[in-house]
Design a binder for this molecule. Structure first.
Ligand code: 13P
Ligand code: SF4
Length: 332
């Protein structure tokens, strides 16, 4: 499969020294205008990137925005599979990302050739894939989902149809519990969400008894069992605004705390600790993107996401089905 091809170029221009006196925010804003570009950023990006973005959102919102933007160029501040999804939805636009190596452990855990063999064992199953997967995996998928529409997507499938769910076993197990559907699960996981420590979260709760625990469904079941609310990043963000509690222990990537503090400055947000020495949990892939790299990718329009027309066509069907079901359900 032809995928992103511009590694050499990227390595070349990253050696370019940026003048330290340059006002990067002003330069990026200038490039946005000059190139009719839009910056889409995920909630797990560094705060300075979230603040300069035209649109900050979860995976579903970012794909909806990529599909409707009138811009000529999309600078995608997120990870590789997200930029690919934007390209699939807007193939006529140039899609660039700040760092080509911003990958995803969950996406990596499900290589398409291995999945194709796995799928052969279940010929009568419908394939639902979490959007956190490669474009190639999406070509083997019937319907995509994100964490904010997954329950709707599973519930939209007739009860007599059997389902394979890939690649996240934790989200899959959560969906089995939530929908009552028996699904065959691929054995993948997110390196960020699977290392939250149930013991440390329990200790934090004892120290902050008034705090509500909120968690992303990519977390393992023992952590989800502690949660007062489980949802996608946008779901968590909505919950803290509508719930009466004034403090929250947040079990997802720490980048979301920036938006939480912005929308509810009077509330307290405590990042849930992982099972290592760190106090909070960050995605090393998301954090590869920096303001400097965002500036360079917009200036040089590299690295660019390039996918073959066949991959775009075959992968798009699964994303379009997801977007149609989400629209019918009024999910945004
Ligand atoms: P959402 O923002 O869709 O909840 O996804 C979380 C995530 O892990 C993205 O990589
Ligand atoms: Fe992938 Fe997990 Fe990072 Fe999201 S947080 S990009 S699922 S590794």
């Amino acid at each position: 499969m032809q995928s992103i091809i511009t590694d050499d170029l990227r390595l070349g221009y990253l050696d370019i020294e940026i003048d330290p006196t340059l006002d990067l925010v002003a330069e990026i804003n200038k490039l946005k205008k000059e190139k009719n570009a839009v910056i889409l950023a995920h909630y797990y990006q560094e705060s300075d990137i979230q603040d300069i973005a035209d649109f900050v959102g979860d995976s579903l919102q970012l794909s909806q925005e990529a599909a409707r933007t009138p811009a000529d160029m999309i600078a995608f501040a997120g990870v590789h599979f997200m930029a690919e999804t934007a390209k699939i939805l807007s193939p006529e636009k140039k899609v660039v990302l700040p760092d080509l190596k911003a990958g995803c452990s969950l996406s990596d855990s499900c290589p398409a050739p291995l999945f194709a063999k796995f799928k052969e064992k279940y010929p009568d199953h419908i394939v639902v894939s979490y959007v956190n997967c490669t474009a190639e995996l999406k070509t083997l998928t019937d319907i995509c989902c994100t964490s904010s529409n997954a329950v709707h997507i599973i519930n939209s499938i007739p009860l007599d149809r059997k389902i394979i769910f890939a690649p996240d076993k934790n989200l899959g197990a959560y969906l089995i519990k939530k929908t009552g559907r028996d699904m065959v699960l691929w054995n993948g996981a997110c390196m960020v969400h699977e290392i939250f420590s149930r013991e440390k979260i329990t200790k934090l709760k004892h120290q902050n008894p008034e705090a509500k625990i909120i968690a992303h469904p990519e977390c393992e079941e023992p952590v989800l069992a502690l949660a007062d609310y489980i949802g996608s990043t946008s779901g968590l963000l909505k919950f803290i605004q509508t719930d009466a509690a004034s403090s929250f222990i947040v079990a997802t990537e720490a980048g979301i705390l920036h938006q939480m503090a912005k929308v509810c400055p009077e509330k307290t947000f405590i990042p849930a600790p992982p099972n290592n020495m760190c106090a909070c949990n960050e995605c090393p892939h998301m954090k590869r993107n920096t303001l400097e790299k965002l500036y360079l990718c917009m200036k040089y329009e590299q690295p660019e996401v390039i996918l073959s027309p066949q991959v775009i066509r075959d992968a798009r069907a699964s994303i379009d089905r997801m977007l149609e079901i989400s629209e019918r359900a009024g999910l945004k």
